[in-house]
Write a protein that binds this ligand. Structure first.
Ligand SMILES: Nc1ncnc2c1ncn2[C@@H]1O[C@H](COP(=O)(O)OP(=O)(O)OP(=O)(O)O)[C@@H](O)[C@H]1O
Ligand SMILES: [Mg+2]
Length: 247
């Protein structure tokens, strides 16, 4: 019974997690990817691990990171999901991210920090013995990481740091695992297109061929399927044919 109760408690804690990320209603082909990521995270091991989710824009990195975060964050002593690190760094807002990181993980009101060095010191001091889960979304340079999570020894045993990025060339992390995002499988792509274009899992009969063609053209990129699907929703069939010619 002990095992069952523990797993129920873990589930409840996850459900209660206020930091749950909001996801689109219809996700396709996600659970297999989640399992792969969880496998790479190797939660059982006690060391601190970095995992990079890599892939082109619109392929679904942030979405995948959110699903993983929602599923496992309850098993850590603190968690934080920082969106758009690259953009924040460009706008000189790293200190703001440090504050968000500290207050989310400590579950407290914002910590006062005046510069990024002070932020680094706080992070190192407060998280050294905490098992944390942090997602840095869209982080693409070592400099950004050096102010947020430069080294594994900043964090307690069992901590996991997930990074999503379009470009790994300038990350220069000592040791990390990589999850390479791939395009959606064709049947998932068609399902996603149909959801957006018709609100159904598969296209209506007379839109079968054209939907398949459009889906094939988008190359299994969720963002493209979403945009073209939503656009198609508002159009009549002759315009679809025109659109297909342009793709
Ligand atoms: N598995 C999926 N099922 C359904 N929709 C998805 C899936 N993955 C991503 N999407 C949708 O596709 C769009 C792009 O996804 P997302 O923002 O995760 O991409 P990304 O790889 O993080 O892109 P970027 O590099 O621009 O940050 C989003 O609107 C998202 O809701
Ligand atoms: Mg993203």
């Amino acid at each position: 019974h002990g095992k069952l109760i523990r797993s129920i408690v873990a589930e409840v804690l996850i459900k209660l997690n206020k930091r749950e990320k909001i996801l689109p209603d219809h996700l396709v082909g996600i659970q297999d990817r989640v399992e792969d990521v969880k496998h790479l995270l190797d939660e059982g091991s006690l060391d601190v691990r970095y995992l990079v989710i890599h892939g082109m824009g619109g392929i679904g990195k942030t979405t995948l990171a959110k699903v993983v975060f929602n599923q496992i964050s309850g098993r850590f002593n603190g968690c934080s999901f920082l969106l758009g690190v690259q953009e924040a760094a460009r706008d000189g807002k790293i200190v703001q991210l440090q504050k968000q990181l500290l207050s989310e993980i400590l579950n407290s009101t914002p910590v006062e920090i005046f510069d990024s060095d002070a932020g680094i010191n706080q992070i190192k001091r407060r998280f050294r013995h905490k098992k944390v889960l942090i997602v840095f979304d869209d982080l693409d340079e070592r400099d950004q990481l050096s102010m947020l999570a430069a080294k594994g020894n900043w964090f307690g045993l069992g901590s996991r740091i997930i990074i999503t990025t379009r470009d790994t060339n300038n990350l220069a992390i000592e040791e990390y695992k990589i999850y390479q995002m791939t395009e959606l499988l064709y049947h998932h792509a068609l399902q996603l297109f149909s959801k957006h274009a018709f609100g159904m899992d598969s296209p209506p009969h007379d839109y079968d061929d054209i939907s398949c063609n459009i889906t094939r053209m988008t190359g299994g990129l969720p963002l493209a399927l979403e945009v073209i699907g939503l656009f198609s929703l508002s159009q009549r069939k002759p315009i679809w044919k025109e659109m297909l010619k342009k793709l």
